[in-house]
Design a protein around this ligand. Structure first.
Ligand code: ZN
Length: 181
């Protein structure tokens, strides 16, 4: 394959992923982290594919991407959703017990795998509180396991995202709702 063809295909793959992520209302910096596309190119993709669409109501979120771990455990609803996403990360192999540098590398494969997981997550939570960018950060936070980590519930033994620095008892959102102890 010629160099120009390879370059064209590589760009095409980047555009495909970027369009898929814009469709999930991902922030520009999230899209850039795995496509390496410039802000200008992402802006043009949004304008060409979504801005004037009469069928898709896609917004562009401004500002910094979410970086607060407490968000995932503040309410039962967000903790339920975070538990669903975490289970999908594990099932897909994106979240491993021992994170390796290979699993953390953000590339096109990482981006597509995440999109696939988030699509499945939407099947369970069609109007989610955890946005695409929040979910992106959740995977990073669980992989780092500095503030947020998977813990086994002291009652039912199921795994769920737990705030390591918080003072909450080790109970999953399900057992908290049912007030099991
Ligand atoms: Zn439980």
């Amino acid at each position: 394959m010629k160099v120009t063809e390879e370059r064209y295909l590589r760009e095409r793959h980047c555009f495909d992923l970027a369009i898929r992520m814009i469709g999930h209302e991902a922030r520009t910096q999230t899209i850039q982290s795995c496509t390496r596309l410039s802000e200008d190119r992402i802006r043009k993709l949004y304008r060409n594919f979504f801005k004037y669409s009469t069928t898709a109501n896609i917004r562009r979120h401004r500002g910094k991407a979410p970086r607060r771990c407490e968000y995932f455990v503040e309410t039962l609803a967000t903790q339920f959703e975070a538990t669903t996403l975490a289970a999908l990360f594990i099932a897909d192999g994106m979240l491993l017990q021992k994170a390796s540098s290979a699993t953390k590398e953000k590339n096109l494969g990482y981006g597509h795998s995440f999109c696939q997981i988030y699509d499945r997550f939407l099947d369970f939570h069609p109007s989610p509180r955890i946005s695409f960018d929040h979910g992106w950060f959740l995977l990073e936070a669980l992989s780092d396991a500095n503030e947020l980590a998977l813990r086994a519930c002291s009652v039912c033994k199921n795994w769920y995202p737990h705030d390591i620095l918080g003072l909450r008892p080790l109970k999953c959102p399900g057992c908290r709702v049912l007030k099991l102890s």
